[in-house]
Design a protein around this ligand. Structure first.
Ligand SMILES: CC(C)(COP(=O)(O)OP(=O)(O)OC[C@H]1O[C@@H](n2cnc3c(N)ncnc32)[C@H](O)[C@@H]1OP(=O)(O)O)[C@@H](O)C(=O)NCCC(=O)NCCS
Length: 326
């Protein structure tokens, strides 16, 4: 097996390995090369040395790849190279359990530590999700999903420890969306919903990670002042349509202004959003909530979302700079 860095001629082989390797719910099938490149490669910080390819030189074909990147600095204006992220590691089924992933990961870790990483996270998750949002994990970057059978035992064997968990929820949009809440009448009198396309993220890093989703903003605006009190983003999860059998929408970045919390605004806004998404022919909605976000969990459960998967970000501490293996 030959291990080497990314070459410009690799994308068709990466696409093949990607589409063959994931059979479970959490990864999209990339319908073509442009789609794969859009979410996996077309980022200003893409570094060919961070994408390691395992190439079977006896059959002249790809066996797998591992793609590493970096998290953001505190204000999202640049990379923080002390914070390494293993974004994807895939081995085609015919090459599994032969140590290929183990060697790919070792080389990706060496790349990260050579460039300054002190900590390595396996599984992109907020705030560090440099590649693959839109293609892996559903509505957002959830770390590594439990529904992928090999990922967790593999990472545990490689010395990673589970750190942060995110719960993945989904709600189908067939049938009437009836949610009863005595506060809704008052809220509807004070606020109106607005749909605002053309959203741009507030920091460079977030724009790089999430801009390709082309999200649309959904707001609750005060009828009196015109200011928003609650907002969220949604995007059309086009690449997941074939896997889910219907067009899904992803919801991210739900926010209620501090002074308007505990008045049912998030619940009301998401209820309105569900109705809107149903109107525009979306078949289901997916949303991710960190396990410690009790308010968020209450809201999605009250709207009859179902818990369908769990994502975990794994951490490995890197005590000394690693030898760069090239
Ligand atoms: C996870 C994955 C990359 C592992 O690839 P691999 O080349 O088979 O892994 P290795 O042979 O290097 O495995 C090293 C060790 O990890 C553990 N391991 C790997 N796959 C495992 C599995 N399916 N079940 C249990 N343990 C597993 C074993 O301890 C193994 O050592 P052993 O074979 O001596 O017992 C591969 O299964 C895969 O591509 N899965 C789909 C993609 C995916 O889920 N990627 C992660 C999210 S991006």
């Amino acid at each position: 097996m030959l291990y080497r860095h990314f070459r410009n001629t690799d994308p068709p082989f990466l696409l093949l390995a990607w589409n063959e390797s994931f059979i479970t719910r959490g990864a999209a099938i990339a319908s073509n090369l442009s789609t794969f490149e859009r979410y996996a490669l077309n980022k200003p910080y893409f570094d060919p040395e961070g994408l390691i390819v395992a190439w079977d030189d006896t059959k002249d074909q790809i066996a797998g790849f591992c793609h590493a990147g970096f998290g953001p600095n505190a204000d999202g204006t640049a990379l923080d190279k002390t914070f390494g992220v293993i974004c994807a590691i895939v081995v085609r089924p015919e090459y599994r359990r032969g140590g290929v992933a183990c060697e790919l990961l070792r080389r990706a870790e060496a790349y990260l530590t050579y460039n300054g990483a002190k900590t390595i996270i396996a599984g992109p998750m907020k705030p560090a999700k440099p590649f693959y949002v839109g293609l892996y994990g559903g509505s957002n970057a959830p770390g590594m999903l439990l529904s992928e059978p090999g990922a967790h035992p593999f990472l545990t064997k490689m010395g990673y420890v589970p750190e942060t968990q995110v719960l993945v929820f989904r709600r189908r949009l067939q049938g009437p969306i009836n949610v009863v809440d005595h506060r809704f009448g008052q809220v509807a009198k004070k606020y109106e919903t607005q749909v605002l396309p053309g959203y741009s993220f507030s920091t460079w890093y977030r724009e790089c990670c999430l801009g390709a989703l082309e999200p649309i903003e959904f707001q609750l605006q005060s009828r009196q002042t015109g200011h928003w009190a609650a907002r969220c983003l949604f995007w059309e999860m086009r690449e997941y349509q074939s896997k889910y059998g219907t067009m899904p929408a992803g919801v991210i970045d739900v926010q209620v202004r501090q002074e308007f919390r505990k008045q049912g605004l998030a619940k009301y806004m998401l209820h309105q959003l569900l109705k809107y998404l149903q109107e525009i022919q979306m078949g289901l909605v997916e949303i991710q909530v960190p396990e410690q976000d009790t308010a968020g969990l209450r809201v999605v459960k009250s709207l009859n979302f179902e818990h369908v998967d769990t994502g975990v970000a794994f951490r490995k501490h890197v005590p000394v700079p690693g030898e760069y293996l090239g």
